[in-house]
Ligand binder design. Structure first.
Ligand code: F6R
Length: 615
């Protein structure tokens, strides 16, 4: 949550910062702000509640000339999203100005101590407390900025990525991180700080990803120094940023979410590329090969995740239990981490995360690591905190996912879980050679099937969306592999269109939710099952008997369900274990079109942010 970008060099900082903030807006859009240090040695600060567009309107075309500055886009934690709480924040003497992503947990105690020392605060934020603390240390001991930052951070409990500027020092920026991402971009006679690579990719591809409790000092004369909070000097490890500019542009689509839904045939193919070969009959996942023995001998697998990634994990449970005969527990990371869970060295803990930065998932994995479990990450963002914490893992290679509602990362995660379960099952001998080969061929056909589904169903989905757009509630039902898809369909609808929706196992409906069904209730039934097909048909009959409006997702050629349903969406035939990869697509499109018809901001739904780096 919250995006940071900062610049020092010879170029005009204002356009770099504002364009960078627009790219980072997916991380939070409650407010946006920038501070520049101009040639006269003055700070100029602009900040505004709302989006970067509101900030630009506030600047109102004013000519701002400066070649160093910091910028921030906020997802509010402490204090309501208003102009005053927007970042950057000044220190008490206005000498320092800082942006921050994260939460300072002991800010109240620090604030009381600072108030006793005469500090007064303008905002409700924890950030302002931290910048006052740095000022206090700098002033009291006459310390250079980086040393004041280092000592201040050693007193802080919580998470932070910060960048700070000193009015008295025109040649230096200082950044630091713990628990929230921050990288340093190294340009030609210039440096950048950013929460991820998107704001800097057209300027440089040379980056240093900071680790927790590291501080970076960059100076105008081209010097980059990294040290730890314990004051240990480190040599910077420079990496190449792997990011294509086209992947962070909308490319003619109205919203990133729609672009990302349509990218899935390619992203799913990318998730499998070089990892499977149906003709030769193999799957190769680096992480699985490296830890084969531990993965095969594990007592059980525990999958930890949040939100949509948690739905992928649920599918993981079905896949691993069926294909690899390994007991699986699926855990909300936020519950798991505070429950004193029973973990042993024989457990494997899988962390699933698009961003690789979700605070609860990261903490759950840290706990599992401390207790000796093997950690395996299924992550999209390369070099992210979860990717670095885990012992082994597989990237899903979906490219940047910018729409706040996760789509292509979900199908990428499901592909990786399928490959893992198949590979481990095959090594263990829990799936037959012929079934393994059949699944491999079916997997290779998925991208083309996704492509044809996307081109065939969208018009019909748009029609159904128009019929459904004024609903106030919706019920999503599924059995087996389609139950997690029902949960995912409901989440997609509520988060971007603000229609209340619930996902339920179809057979559970009669234990309560059936009371909700009347002619105004759209009931979306994902009924592509081969096993328990008659059961799901009976569930549809139960809805119909109560006059619910039925929207059924079925396998092409299905003749039984269409006469019962008000609308039927057909998906291509595939192996049952792979159907979620196809059945989720009409549901993603349905929520997208309903949200557009309700004039919702699809890519930036209210109160949400893409990367939840706070608890
Ligand atoms: C929903 C959505 C969220 C995320 C959740 C976990 O569309 O995007 O529910 O899935 O915040 O995020 P990651 O996968 O980055 O850990």
């Amino acid at each position: 949550m919250c995006g940071i970008v900062a610049y020092i060099g010879k170029q005009e900082a204002f356009p770099i910062l504002t364009k960078g903030l627009q790219r980072l807006e997916y991380r939070g859009y409650d407010s946006a702000g920038i501070a520049l240090r101009n040639g006269q040695g003055e700070f100029e600060m602009f900040k505004k509640k709302g989006k970067v567009a509101d900030l630009l309107a506030h600047v109102n075309g004013k000519k701002l000339t400066a070649n160093m500055g910091i910028g921030h886009t906020r997802w509010a934690t402490h204090g309501p999203p208003n102009d005053v709480n927007a970042h950057p924040h000044f220190s008490g003497n206005n000498r320092l100005v800082m942006v921050h992503n994260g939460i300072i947990e002991n800010y109240e105690a620090l604030k009381v101590a600072l108030e006793e020392a005469g500090h007064t605060f303008q905002s409700d934020t924890d950030t302002e407390v931290l910048v006052h603390l740095i000022e206090e240390l700098q002033k009291r001991e006459n310390l250079p900025l980086e040393e004041a930052v280092r000592i201040a951070l050693s007193k802080v409990v919580g998470a932070y990525a910060i960048v700070i500027m000193d009015r008295e020092d025109p040649d230096k920026l200082v950044g630091a991180r713990k628990g929230s991402p921050l990288l340093v971009g190294i340009g030609d006679g210039e440096f950048f700080f950013a929460s991820d690579g998107t704001p800097i990719v057209e300027h440089t591809r040379r980056v240093v990803y900071l680790d927790d409790e590291q501080i970076a000092v960059v100076t105008r004369d081209g010097n980059l120094q990294i040290k730890t909070i314990e004051n240990e000097q480190l040599s910077p490890f420079v990496e190449q940023l792997d990011l294509q500019i086209e992947s962070i542009e909308k490319d003619g689509y109205d919203y990133f979410m729609l672009k990302e839904i349509h990218e899935q045939p390619h992203t799913v193919a990318d998730a499998m590329r070089g990892r499977i070969n149906a003709k030769e009959g193999w799957i190769r996942l680096g992480g699985v090969e490296e830890y084969t023995n531990r993965l095969l001998q594990a007592n059980r697998y525990i999958m930890v995740a949040c939100g949509t990634s948690w739905h992928a994990a649920m599918l993981g449970e079905y896949l691993f239990e069926e294909l690899a005969r390994i007991p699986v527990e699926v855990e909300y990371a936020s519950e798991f981490r505070y429950r004193n869970p029973i973990l042993t060295e024989k457990d494997v803990v899988l962390g699933l995360s698009q961003s690789g930065e979700t605070a609860d998932t990261l903490a759950a994995l840290q706990l599992a690591k401390e207790r000796g479990a093997l950690l395996y990450g299924i992550v999209n963002v390369v070099g992210s905190s979860i990717a670095r914490l885990t012992n082994a893992g597989s990237y899903i290679h979906a490219g940047p996912e910018i729409g706040v509602a996760s789509t292509k990362a979900f199908t990428g995660q499901v592909v990786l879980l399928t490959l893992m379960a198949m590979s481990i099952g095959y090594k263990k001998g829990t799936i037959s050679k012929s079934y393994f080969h059949r699944l491999l061929s079916a997997l290779e056909e998925i991208p083309a099937k996704m492509e044809s589904l996307l081109s065939q169903c969208e018009e019909q989905v748009r029609y159904i969306a128009a019929e459904m757009k004024n609903a106030t509630n919706a019920l999503y039902l599924g059995r087996g592999y389609n139950f997690p898809i029902a949960l995912e369909g409901a989440l997609k609808l509520k988060e971007i269109s603000y229609i209340h929706a619930e996902g339920y196992p179809a057979a559970e409906m009669k234990h309560g939710p059936i009371a909700l069904i009347d002619k105004n209730m759209p009931v979306i039934v994902i009924a592509t099952n081969k096993s328990a097909y008659e059961k799901i048909v009976s569930n549809i009959q139960e809805v119909k008997a109560r006059e619910g409006r039925i929207i059924a997702v079925v396998t092409e050629g299905d003749k039984t369900i269409s006469p019962l349903a008000d609308y039927t969406i057909e998906i291509p035939e595939t192996e049952e274990v792979l159907t979620p990869l196809l059945s989720v697509i009409p549901l993603q499109l349905l929520s997208y079109h309903i949200a557009v018809m309700r004039n919702c901001n699809v890519d930036q739904p209210r109160n949400l942010a893409k990367s939840v780096t706070v608890e």
